[in-house]
Design a protein around this ligand. Sequence first.
Ligand code: FAD
Ligand code: NAP
Ligand code: SF4
Length: 684
Amino acid sequence: MTQAYPHLLKPLDLGFTELKNRVLMGSMHTGLEDRFWNIHKFARYFAERAEGGVGLMVTGGYSPNLVGQLAPLSSTMNNRATALLHRHVTGAVHEAGGKICLQLLHAGRYGYQPLIVSASATKAPISPFKARALSTKGVERQINDFVDAAKLAKFAGYDGVEVMGSEGYFINQFLCERTNKRTDKWGGPYENRMRLPVEIVRRMREAVGPEFIIIYRLSMLDLVEGGQTWDQIVTLGKAIEQAGATIINTGIGWHEARVPTIVTSVPRGGFADVTAKFYGEVDIPICTTNRINTPEKGEDILAAGKADMVSMARPLLADSEFVRKAEQGRADEINTCIACNQACLDHVFQAKRASCLVNPRACHETELVLTVAPVVRRVAVVGAGPAGLAAATTAAKRGHNVTLFEADDKIGGQFNYAKRIPGKEEFYETLRYFQRQIELLEIDLRLNTRVDAQQLTEDGFDDVIIATGVKPRTPNIDGIDHPKVLGYLDVLRHNKPVGQSVAVIGAGGIGFDVSEFLTHDFSHHLEGEQVSVADWQAEWGVNPEFEGPGGLAERKPTSSPRKIYLMQRKSGKVGGGLGKTSGWVHRNSLKHRDVDMLRGCSYERIDDEGLHISIKDKDGKLTESKVLNVDNVIICAGQEPFRALYDQLAGAGVRAHLIGGADVAEELDAKRAIRQGTEVAAGL
Ligand code: FAD
Ligand code: NAP
Ligand code: SF4
């Protein structure tokens, strides 16, 4: 049964305990950690993943004290009452045959609250508050609090703790000159700066005894100026081993780094070679991480001897049965994380509970429950975009008899255009997942079938779910019918030729994606293929040997084969509406390929000369009028619902449900489409 992934699924002996395989579910803050009344939801979330067979899980970060909190009232492990509550979590996980560690995370200057402390009085670019410098005694107090928190975790029934030493948090702040300006025994030369993590682990081991897992998350690549050098990182890793850690996990990049580390455009396994370089420096197990989202990738990394374990966080949000499916030879049934961050990290940054774009049940396991249907109904789903696919597969899982109509010759709707964008190749996986579910659930899929109200009424379905999506908006601009005007579907669906200079009207998600598409030279890397790790490192300025402070190098972005102007009417930041954790990557990427981003634009007319625009500043004052002498103007000005069918069916008295873009096109994304499709089908 385990032959497909022999390295990934091989047990790992830690001496005093054994992990059933090499998959670690990495720490992820979900928002369920922060409030005691969510403890049963939190327990169920982990229990489902333990039932899914993962070897070891790590919770989201818990601060050891109040000054280390990420935000006011956020997750903290500092008293026995809290620890007792956590027995619900550890009990549920152990009953399901799993193992779980509590992550101890002191935010330091990354805290979003006024009490924050750090090595020195500094302010992080990602927090509005300036940290207070700790006194020498104050440092001792933080160490004691880490040790006490580990003891409480043990009391709560956890199998161990993970000490968060990376991503630019408190411990990392002590390690680097950029944030540690101290002159006492906790600052100055590296031996002093590394004293804090070593003392934490050493004293923690003394306090918890030998049979308790201590994972240390070692920042192997800081990716910031003034970061650690490779030699320093190796020295620290060895000292951490000596201090008593059980496992060393890899940490990549400070949160303030301007190099993306986990978004979808980072190639799969893009940082495994960092761990590989460290591998062999110590004798305890080493775990690698970042952008590993399939059992194949995990297996390849372990088989190549780059690490002993693989950490996957978001892939376990996307599919709680990831490991079980791999074990049973059903890897093609895995609902793959597409690394979009839209429902997980972006939610956390908006103080909302995390979930998953491709799996809306994530973190809602006790609320979005898929029961067996009490009565089998004949359900028609019209449109096999994300909304229709989610509705059809959910209804079929519950036992309904489902027919799925799709006008196109393939499933996927707009995901078929999204998947063509360089850096969005993961979107193919979602289509693969749904295609496989359609086969397994024996859904009657009718491709090349544009159904109408008459056919649906005559067929006598009990329920008709309308998921017919959207149609692109045509803005009212003088000359909009000029031959140089194209819609985004002309480019991404019909492959119409595009000239050397282009004006893109609309700087939403699609305007950015179309610009990304047009600035790529597909002779360099093929469409549908992820960029190679070496090319990606050059693009973002990562030293291929991970040498030098922070492991940074000069950026060498590829040049665009076209001149692009990307425009919006609003006066705010161009692309301000893009995802919190991914928008900056899109903006930065286009900026480095010389895309001109214009805001406050009025589109006067389009003619043989090009696009005539005027530009106003944020106070509405006209600053410039000009002609962009472009070969093509591409319209990416949002969409409108495509829902005539619903109105006709409702008129004919058919039980019709409206989902996805067909329901509301404004602020539509696949996250809403899939969630709405799942919820409607869960209620049939
Ligand atoms: P659609 O995907 O539009 O699907 C509707 C389907 O219905 C189509 O397949 C159509 O052929 C079919 N249909 C219509 N009428 C009939 C009929 N009468 N009979 C049979 N079939 C019919 N969203 C994100 O969340 N993240 C992203 O990163 C992202 N990137 C994108 C990039 C691009 C380039 C594009 C174009 C979109 C992107 N989106 C993204 C948006 C996302 O794809 C849409 O929000 C989502 O596809 C909407 O899903 P839907 O099912 O409502 O509609
Ligand atoms: P969008 O995000 O709503 O952007 C539409 C753009 O068109 C805006 O820049 C808007 O800006 C402009 N616009 C609107 N009406 C206009 C008009 N009448 N004339 C001229 N310009 C007009 O929509 P989208 O780009 O089509 O994307 C559709 C959905 O897919 C979005 O909700 C998005 O979340 C999702 N998506 C997400 C991603 C992602 O990476 N997360 C990628 C692609 C798509 P002004 O009003 O300022 O001009
Ligand atoms: Fe992965 Fe996106 Fe789901 Fe987050 S929301 S787990 S990144 S698929």
